[in-house]
Design a binder for this molecule. Structure first.
Ligand SMILES: *Cc1c(COP(=O)(O)O)cnc(C)c1O
Length: 396
């Protein structure tokens, strides 16, 4: 008999959709995959070389649980350089990917009945990680007309005596929004006033467009830094999803608790990957700009073409690598006598009848949308758009 806990959660819907698309592909069907949440670029050579060197030198044993000092120092330098934030080694923990960092935070902070505010649309793992730790996700719907940003007064109106924390994600997966300074200041003020923790997932920090720059909420004041846990990682900026390196910066007490938890679960992140991460953070950074320039081209093309399809409208994302178009006008239309009445119906229709994989917005908490990743070549994007256009025109 499985635990009650195991029954309360579902597999990651983005990974599930990806698995379905990959299975169709494996059976010989030519799938255009907009479902993936990882860069289509290869990990840069200098980073791979650092890992190979680590293997050759025998750096293949346990390391300190929370990460090796050179990596912590490289992370500290990153925070200083990019965010003007000062941290010490005991305020940093390296984990097995940012998802693991977020999970350790959930274990260290949330208790039975605690409420954790999650603006929606949200990244798929936030609610389930809250639930796995006996706490309650409280969703606050954000709207397209506000650029999907949480308004500070709406945030405040959802706070109760049980509210423990809020999870922010800027730049956002799935909406691509990057929060502006004024909104972050408003959110920080309310978090301080109500004594809440802010969990700030900044994994897309380096991927911003149109002159938008990432602002870490922790950099706004000493008071907000004290109650913020910054989560970041190497997966997205350095095309290192498989290496599993993420990290958290926060106050000593919480970092210590997270390190204890990690010491009883995974122990250290892979020694070799840690060496590679040092090289990623300290070595040449031009890879990011090359990747970003390519993403930018695809973003502009994809968003323009999506908006040209009747029944679909799409805000221009300013960060990450996703477009999040509104497809609600297509609901109610029919295909072979079947009604499309949700984002999930539409995603299945596109997958099965047009061989295009993407993720239904419902997975992120808003059924009016779908998510397309543009971490795929411009040729694939063109091909996928042709198929989507054609599939939409077939709906009656
Ligand atoms: C990809 C992603 C993560 C997790 O990244 P890993 O470091 O690979 O675990 C966390 N948050 C968001 C919003 C993501 O898109």
């Amino acid at each position: 008999m499985l635990s009650e806990r195991a029954g309360k959660i579902k597999p990651s819907p983005t990974l599930a959709m990806d698995a379905k698309a990959k299975a169709m592909k494996a059976s010989g069907i030519d799938i255009v995959n907009f479902g993936v949440g990882e860069p289509d670029f290869d990990t840069p050579e200098n980073i791979k070389e650092a890992a190979i060197k680590a293997i050759r030198e025998g750096f293949t044993k346990y390391t300190p649980v929370g990460g090796i000092d050179p990596l912590k120092d490289a992370i500290i330098e990153k925070f200083k350089k990019d965010n003007n934030l000062d941290y010490t080694r005991d305020e940093i923990i390296v984990s097995c990917g940012a998802k693991h960092s977020l999970y350790n935070i959930a274990q260290a902070l949330y208790g039975k009945g605690d409420e954790v505010i999650i603006p929606s649309p949200y990244w798929v793992s936030y609610p389930d990680q809250v639930i796995l730790n006996d706490a309650i996700p409280v969703f606050i719907k954000t709207n397209e007309k506000d650029n999907f940003m949480l308004k500070p007064d709406v945030f405040e109106s959802h706070i109760t005596k049980k509210t423990k924390a809020i999870i922010l994600n800027s730049p956002s997966n799935p909406t691509g929004v990057t929060y502006d300074k004024k909104t972050l200041e408003g959110i920080a003020e309310i978090a301080i006033k109500h004594n809440l923790y802010v969990i700030s997932d900044e994994i897309y920090e380096k991927l911003t467009y149109d002159g938008f720059t990432h602002i870490s909420i922790a950099s706004l004041s000493k008071d907000i830094k004290q109650r913020t846990l910054i989560v970041n990682g190497l997966s997205k900026s350095y095309a290192m999803t498989g290496w599993r390196i993420g990290y958290t910066a926060g106050t000593k007490d919480i970092i210590k608790a997270m390190t204890n938890i990690q010491s009883q679960s995974t122990s250290n992140p892979t020694s070799i990957a840690q060496k590679a991460a040092v090289e990623a953070l300290r070595g040449p950074q031009d890879f990011i700009n090359t990747m970003l320039a390519e993403f930018d081209k695809r973003r502009k093309f994809l968003v323009t073409e999506l908006n040209a399809i009747s029944g679909i409208s799409c805000l221009t994302p300013t960060g990450a690598f996703y477009a999040f178009p509104n497809t609600s006008k297509l609901y109610g239309r029919h295909t072979d006598g079947n009604k499309i009445s949700s984002s999930s119906d539409l995603a299945i229709y596109f997958l099965e009848k047009a061989n295009v994989a993407l993720v239904h917005g419902e997975a992120f908490g808003n059924d009016d949308y779908i998510r397309l990743s543009y971490a795929t070549s411009i040729d694939n994007i063109k091909k996928g758009l042709d198929r989507i256009r054609e599939a939409v025109s077939r709906l009656t």
